[in-house]
Design a protein around this ligand. Structure first.
Ligand SMILES: [Zn+2]
Length: 110
């Protein structure tokens, strides 16, 4: 996995996608068994600090149903914000490594 980001501004995107490696669809497959948990509608007992960080109330009930919906929302955000799906696409469309947001040559891959 390779994470593209800019050192001059806050531009960043998901790790480059691959049909055989990381991509948003494959990452959701890891959650598939959770759709059939017996406790689907029950509180998962998530950490209060985590809940607050995500935007839930500290005492809010967070079920598996909610966690799955959150994961789909997160993947939707990733897909909308993806500028270069693959490393090859990035090299082809932006060989100079110019940031699409600020225009500076400050892109880096970690
Ligand atoms: Zn930038």
């Amino acid at each position: 996995m390779s994470y593209l980001h800019c050192h001059a501004c806050n531009f960043c995107q998901d790790d480059f996608w691959s049909p055989d490696g990381w991509n948003p669809i494959k990452s959701m497959k890891d959650w598939e068994s959770d759709f059939f948990r017996d406790d689907f509608y029950e509180d998962r007992g998530m950490d209060s600090n985590w809940k607050e960080e995500i935007g839930y109330g500290r005492d809010q009930v967070v079920t598996t149903q909610e966690l799955l919906a959150l994961e789909f929302e997160n993947r939707a955000k990733i897909i909308r914000e993806m500028t270069y799906r693959t490393f090859d696409e990035y090299k082809e469309k932006n060989p100079e490594g110019i940031c699409p947001q600020c225009g500076k040559k400050e892109l880096d891959i970690d």
